[in-house]
Design a protein around this ligand. Structure first.
Ligand code: AMP
Ligand code: MG
Length: 348
């Protein structure tokens, strides 16, 4: 299949182009589209066969459920059996935006979307292109990140095409996603809402609004069986093995230099996913993908997946990544880096 490519303006998207894309979705096709978090791979979320196409195109395990994307609050009521008071509070504060709510599902939601769970994950994106596309399609769109399963999520249309060209019907290009990491997933079916995946809406922002939030233990250990099925799979991995350095920022850079020297002495070609400040201190032979400046987690989140994908074109034998503080968006960045490393972590 030939993937149709359309450029769209992110503020005032061309209705003609979006109508064509919406028609593809109504006919059961797959359309990759921009959101403020990462690019999504959309299908009609009420059509089990269309949803099956997503799993096939991505090579995604079928028990890893999808998020339904909606454009209006009123669409929620046909998908969720009830909307608890704390979910209402979150919706008022953070929708449209990078927050996904897990709620009890209605019979309207196909098993293909939920992986057979009795809950469903729902989000209203902030991107004007995404919302207009959903509105024109007239159905909720099931949309995981538009990458081959296990690879870093795409934050540009070019990254989508690198993975899925020829496997999907169309792509809408509206330039880079500005947040750069996926939405926060919060389970609102527990008495105290439970954070299942850190993302664009930070834990601090959630605590500020809710007062109390449980954090899924799988987030800190990486060993416990997670409640969010997707969290058990290898994710976000670049093509070369990645080792993550975590801990005190003062000792981290000297340890990183040491590790890199040892690897180079063993004849390895070394890559580094690091801050601008750290890159300046590394040997010239190291291929550095800079993710931003130290102390700027929003910049680092926005550039993280691009930095991991940089090594697709610049192959190396091993990649070292510089960990950052877990405050604010740093929690989502560290969650993705730990997974990208397959939990190969060097604590300093
Ligand atoms: P992705 O769309 O690839 O960014 O992944 C969606 C995330 O939402 C995965 O981590 C899923 O496990 C999670 N998710 C989707 N539906 C549910 C659900 N009903 N309960 C818990 N987690 C869910
Ligand atoms: Mg994904």
């Amino acid at each position: 299949m030939q993937t149709q490519y359309y450029h769209v303006n992110r503020e005032t998207p061309d209705t003609g182009v979006l109508t064509q894309a919406a028609r593809i979705l109504q006919q059961g096709g797959l359309v990759a589209f921009p959101t403020e978090t990462v690019y999504g791979l959309g299908a009609n979320g009420l059509d089990a066969q269309a949803v099956a196409g997503i799993y096939q195109a991505k090579g995604r395990p079928s028990d890893n459920p999808l998020i339904l994307h909606i454009a209006d609050r009123c669409e929620l009521d046909r998908l969720a059996r009830s909307v608890p008071a704390n979910a209402e509070v979150l919706i008022k504060k953070f929708w449209p935006g990078p927050l996904t709510l897990v709620l009890e599902r209605t019979a309207c939601v196909p098993d293909a979307v939920t992986g057979g769970l009795d809950t469903v994950a729902i989000r209203m994106p902030n991107s004007a292109v995404a919302r207009e596309l959903i509105r024109l399609a007239g159905v909720p769109l099931a949309a995981p990140s538009a990458n081959t399963s296990g690879r870093p999520s795409p934050t540009t249309a070019q990254a989508v095409l690198a993975d899925l060209s020829g496997r999907i019907d169309a792509i809408l290009d509206a330039g880079p996603s500005n947040i750069g990491v996926e939405s926060t997933v919060i389970d609102c079916t527990t008495p105290v809402p439970t954070l299942l995946r850190p993302g664009g809406v930070t834990l601090e922002m959630l605590l500020d609004v809710l007062g109390e939030v449980e954090v899924d233990p799988a987030l800190s250990s990486g060993k416990t069986v997670p409640r969010s099925p997707g969290m058990k799979y290898t994710h976000y991995a670049p093509r070369a093995p990645l080792l993550l350095l975590e801990g005190d920022s003062r000792t981290l850079v000297s340890r990183l230099s040491q590790e890199i020297s040892t690897a180079m002495a063993a004849g390895k070609k070394v890559g580094a996913v690091v801050s601008r400040e750290t890159a300046a201190k590394l040997p010239l032979e190291v291929i550095a993908a800079i993710y931003g400046s130290q102390g700027c987690p929003a910049e680092i989140a926005a550039n993280l997946y691009g930095a991991l994908r940089y090594f697709d074109e610049h192959p190396v034998d091993v990649i070292y990544a510089e960990g950052i503080s877990e405050s604010g968006l740093g929690l989502a960045v560290m969650n993705r880096l730990r997974k990208a490393s397959g939990y190969q972590i060097i604590k300093v």
